[in-house]
Design a protein around this ligand. Structure first.
Ligand code: NZQ
Ligand code: ZN
Length: 397
């Protein structure tokens, strides 16, 4: 196991009705003037926004509102938010929504405390040194942004989707009421589930040996997702299954299952190019990319993939041919994705083979290599996108 620091300062406030306590927690964490940030229409329609506003009034917290965050959140609204926060002397940001709203809130929080252009943090020109405190009321189990120090924003000009990370962005508190996710369309629930599993896989496929504790934690989250996702798709109001998925989403991405081991975030990088170009859901893009990446890299360490196949998907171990077991596990993952309604190839996602050179170009490694479980150059990245073009579930993997 490698040396590590684990820092997850967020207070998670979990369970039915907890959104009614939002104002109380803002006061606890020192906020007095809040930017209430939200997305399209779901939080208004469900009455959630109104309940959060009532909680502010009850706690004596004043607030201004900025809605309209779109999935794959844009820089344009971030600039608007920064301006509004400065004009209104906002000292605390509450994001009501999913990863997109939370990431937009984090970008605003960092931008308010910075003299330059907030995009500097996302293009690697500057590091975040301060941010307004952020909190969340989570409405979808997916990105894990409610417990992470990351934010991913799309720059409209040039269509670049990039991430920034800092402990300053970790939410002070996150309200997590699984009931709030019952209004999600099945497709969005499945996209979230795929993202949660991908966050675990990016940590699971490691070159670090002797990491039994985090291997087992990863497997527990993955097995939970395999069990609970079909349950909520069949029965959207199943509170217990929703609750297990919601907590799995946080555990998958607040860092705890990835400590002390090398990680590989190439599938996420490859996916971000897809959602930047086609504006598809992040989870759907991952359903296409992640198994294709697995298919390309499994020979780097077939036993690690065979471990996933046997422990998570229950495949029998073929000791004479571990590569076959590895391939079966990848195939089982694809089967699972199809069963929950996810796309698994370019056509199903609405992506085009002729765009591959463009995707590779904006991925931006030039003639260099990425790090990770297996380093990838331009040709490797091209090959993975090509596998994704016609990917399918196989009868004899
Ligand atoms: O805008 P509204 O009307 O709220 O609709 C949203 C949106 O259309 C809807 N929705 C959310 N909660 C709902 C609901 N509809 C009905 N009932 C509810 N309770 O769902 C749609 C998707 O929302 P979004 O916030 O985009 O989903 P998600 O949480 O998957 O976030 C995706 C974004 O997070 C980034 C992704 O790249 C993508 O931009 N990520 C952020 C990470 C982080 N900050 O740590 C890590 C991830 O790997 C990821 O990259
Ligand atoms: Zn993700």
């Amino acid at each position: 196991m490698d040396n590590f620091n684990f820092y997850s300062p967020t207070e998670f406030v979990f369970g039915r009705g907890r959104e009614n306590e939002t104002g109380k927690y803002v006061v606890k964490f020192g906020g007095s003037k809040v930017l209430l940030h939200f997305g399209g229409s779901s939080a208004q329609k469900s009455g959630l926004l109104g309940r959060v506003e009532e909680s502010f009034k009850a706690a004596g917290v004043s607030y201004v509102k900025l809605g309209g965050v779109m999935p794959n959140p844009r820089d344009t609204l971030v600039y608007e938010g920064i301006k509004l926060c400065k004009e209104e002397n906002v000292d605390f940001i509450v994001a009501v929504g999913g990863g997109s709203v939370i990431d937009s809130a984090k970008a605003i929080a960092a931008g308010v405390c910075y003299e330059g252009d907030f995009w500097d943090f996302y293009c690697g020109k500057a590091r975040i040194q301060a941010a307004l405190p952020v909190a969340t009321v989570l409405t979808i189990a997916a990105a894990g942004s409610e417990g992470s120090g990351d934010s991913v924003i799309t720059k409209v000009e040039g269509g670049l989707k990039r991430g920034a990370g800092s402990d300053f962005l970790r939410p002070r508190f996150s309200i997590m009421n699984p009931e709030l996710t019952c209004t999600l369309p099945a497709y969005q629930t499945a996209c979230g589930a795929t993202d949660i599993m991908a966050h675990v896989f990016e940590r699971y496929f490691t070159n670090t040996t002797e990491v039994e504790i985090t291997d087992r934690l990863c497997e527990a989250v993955l097995m939970t997702m395999v069990k609970e996702t079909p349950r909520v798709i069949a029965d959207p109001d199943n509170y217990e299954a929703r609750a297990n998925i919601m907590w799995a989403g946080t555990v998958a991405h607040n860092g705890i299952v990835g400590v002390g081991r090398s990680q590989d975030w190439n599938s996420h990088g490859l996916e971000h190019e897809l959602s930047a170009l086609y504006d598809c859901a992040h989870g759907a893009g991952l359903a296409v990319i992640m198994p294709s990446w697995m298919e390309y890299v499994y020979k780097h360490n077939p036993m690690r993939f065979a471990q996933m196949a046997t422990r998570v998907f229950g495949c029998p171990m073929n000791f004479e041919n571990p590569e076959e077991t590895a391939r079966k596990g990848i195939n089982e993952f694809r089967k699972f994705l199809v069963s929950i309604g996810m796309p698994i190839n370019f056509e199903q996602l609405g992506a085009k083979e002729e765009d591959i050179p463009k995707l590779v170009d904006t991925f931006g490694i030039g003639d260099g290599k990425t790090g990770g479980f297996m380093s990838l150059g331009k040709d490797d990245v091209t090959a993975i996108y090509k596998i994704a073009v016609n990917a399918s579930v196989k009868l004899n993997p």
